[in-house]
Design a binder for this molecule. Structure first.
Ligand code: F6R
Length: 639
């Protein structure tokens, strides 16, 4: 039976949800609960039976349990574990196996008896799987059932590997993975084609029998599936919705994963709000979109019937509110991203003075500058600002091997033709070829291959920046060391990353910094690059007076645009500018046709950029503002 929920604020939520400020705090609380359970059981000479999950979500929980073991003496001698799932087929010693995952993150660092660890066996013959699954269920029952089951959630809504279509009473079994799940796993395996198509997973029915179920989710990427799981109708389309039927479940979320729940996304529908500027703007735009009306046509009734009566009362009459929001939106639009010289700038996004600004466009990968803000880049140069572009990383993991051969072959041919052939080049080339022939998925490239890949992207970035009008000495390649692991998993950020960034900032002393504030980038590189810039600026601020006049504008990469209510500067692009931007993106030939890491969007980067910029213009048009061809959007970050 579904839960009775008497709280107005959470009335859309069909199961208990706790929201933490960040994943770290949430993970500590989950680890604490597990630790307490283990200790409680120890006191009674009992065993604790844990159901465990793998994936990115529980990593910090395991790290905290390891810490509790090492620093507080928490013992796992009385613990029996059952993992949710394992890929099939899968050798336990493979890097991607869930056996390796659990050993690396937990089991190798605690005092658990290895005989007490249970993980579905990915090495079985097909015909032996049903008996194994029955035995797995029986084993759980024999030790008294799961005391606690922790879960992550996939973007398909899967729990364990119970993909859409799974039955609520399903048991442990062999399943076929959803295409989206395989795409999400592609990076770990070095390409989707290497991700197994099947897995052995505990069933929904198995999970349900646990005495306590904790589902954890972090990150904006999970927000929309969390909304469905928590507020949606129970359906096999989203298997996690079955958890609404449990009496023992709790969702533990960070603020980002919770951000689309009604109480956070559209709070006026569930409680009285304090109608400050941002929420008023968000609500009015939401209302206009919801009713498909331009802002200036919203009426008193529209406000009253949609949870916004209080706003109408506090700030009305509603026509004044409409005009106020309309004007605010209007003032975000500017063709002068570096400020309009000699103009009244009191209602403009950027300052008029100094009329010639020094601007640095930081680009995490070598193509984010043109993909995300190519039109604005060109305008800034055309409007005679001193524009610099700084490519923060080499982007050398995202080039195909055959492109490497092509470029090295070119170098050999060219040097021969010029009478300057170098035998070492031929040897290098042969080494590369033989390495590539034997290369395993996800294997780290040789340093030479990494170098060529980096150079290919460097050449493309130069071509793109020149196309936008930059002089060569305004194009900077930072090759931040954190990125140079050769793998998807990057190195930790060090002082050197921050120092290199401080050096460039100090050299240019910019009045404007453009940075990728694109925290949903699936590679995680953008947020790391962003944080480095902010750290560098914060440190410089202590001694350098120019920093006080340096504004940081965030743009978003190829993945997701800002919400309309957030946008503080919208730079319109004419049809010709859209075309020109496309050509700048085309300079990145190694990323064309099929990028190595396209994410889960099949479109090419230039198509995504065009669609996105058109959508932003459309969103303004729908609200009743002028109709532009396309728009690039920015939000100011105050540090
Ligand atoms: C893992 C599992 C999966 C993951 C889910 C989320 O054992 O069964 O359901 O919990 O795919 O994965 P992450 O945490 O990597 O986002």
């Amino acid at each position: 039976m579904a839960r009775l929920n008497l709280l107005e604020e959470t009335r859309f939520e069909k199961l208990p949800v706790s929201v933490f400020e960040n994943p770290q705090k949430a993970s500590l609380s989950v680890a604490q609960r597990i630790g307490n359970l283990i200790k409680e059981k120890q006191k009674n000479n009992d065993i604790a039976v844990l159901g465990l999950a793998t994936g990115a979500t529980p990593v910090a929980v395991y790290a905290e349990l390891v810490r509790m073991h090492k620093e507080e003496g928490l013992s796992f001698k009385n613990v029996v574990t059952f993992n949710l799932d394992e890929y099939y087929p899968m050798q336990p010693d493979a890097a991607q196996s869930y056996v390796s995952f659990m050993n690396d993150h937990l089991f190798d660092h605690i005092d658990i008896d290895k005989n007490n660890i249970n993980i579905p066996d990915g090495t079985l013959n097909l015909e032996d799987i049903p008996a194994f699954c029955l035995e797995y269920e029986k084993k759980i029952g024999d030790v008294g059932g799961l005391d606690i089951q922790i879960l992550g959630i996939g973007r398909t809504g899967h729990i364990g590997f119970n993909e859409p279509g799974s039955a609520p009473n399903s048991g442990t079994r062999l399943v076929t993975l959803d295409d989206l799940t395989r795409r999400d796993a592609a990076r770990d395996f070095g390409g989707k084609s290497f991700v197994p198509t099947k897995a052995i997973t505990m069933g929904i029915g198995t999970i349900f029998k646990a005495r306590e179920i904790i589902l954890m989710a972090w990150n904006r990427k999970k927000a929309s599936i969390i909304k469905k799981a928590v507020e949606g109708e129970i359906s096999s389309e989203v298997p996690a919705t079955y958890l609404q039927l449990s009496e023992h479940v709790e969702f533990i979320l960070d603020e980002d994963a919770a951000s689309l729940l009604t109480r956070f996304d559209t709070p006026w529908l569930v409680k009285d709000c304090i109608w400050e500027e941002t929420i008023s703007r968000k609500a009015v735009i939401w209302l206009a979109n919801f009713l498909k009306k331009p802002v200036l046509k919203l009426t008193e009734d529209d406000y009253n019937n949609n949870g916004m009566a209080q706003l109408a009362l506090d700030k009305g009459p509603v026509y004044n509110i409409n005009i106020h929001i309309f004007n605010k939106l209007q003032h975000t639009i500017t063709g002068w991203p570096g400020g309009k010289p000699n103009a009244d700038d009191s209602q403009r996004p950027e300052r008029a003075e100094p009329s010639k600004k020094r601007s640095i466009i930081f680009s995490p990968h070598p193509d984010d500058d043109v993909i995300s803000m190519g039109g604005t880049f060109i305008r800034l140069v055309d409007q005679q600002h001193e524009v610099h572009v700084a490519y923060q990383t080499s982007g050398n993991t995202a080039v195909w091997d055959d492109d490497v051969l092509r470029f090295v072959e070119f170098s050999i041919d060219f040097s021969e033709k010029m009478g300057a052939s170098k035998p070492e080049l031929n040897t290098l080339y042969q080494d590369m070829r033989s390495f590539m022939e034997k290369k395993q998925p996800n294997q780290v490239d040789t340093p030479e291959i990494q170098t060529v890949k980096g150079l290919i992207r460097k050449g493309e970035a130069i071509a793109g920046a020149r196309f936008c009008g930059l002089e060569d000495d305004h194009i900077h390649f930072m090759a931040l060391p954190f990125y140079e692991s050769g793998k998807n998993q990057k190195n930790p950020v060090t002082e050197l990353d921050v120092q290199l960034t401080m050096d460039l900032l100090q050299k240019v002393k910019p009045q404007q910094v453009f940075a990728a504030g694109d925290f949903e980038d699936p590679h995680g590189t953008h947020i790391v690059c962003f944080n480095i810039i902010i750290e560098a600026l914060k440190r410089l601020k202590k001694t350098e007076s120019w920093v006080a006049d340096c504004w940081v504008w965030m743009y978003r990469g190829a993945w997701k645009e800002f919400e309309t209510y957030e946008i503080e500067m919208a730079v319109p692009l004419s049809p010709q500018e859209v075309e020109k931007k496309k050509f700048a993106i085309f300079k990145h030939q190694s990323q064309k046709d099929r990028a190595v890491f396209p994410g889960d969007d099949a479109r090419e980067f230039w198509q995504r950029a065009e669609d996105r910029n058109r959508d932003t213009a459309q969103a303004y048009d729908d609200l009743g503002l002028a109709e532009y061809e396309a728009m690039e959007a920015f939000v100011r970050y105050k540090f």
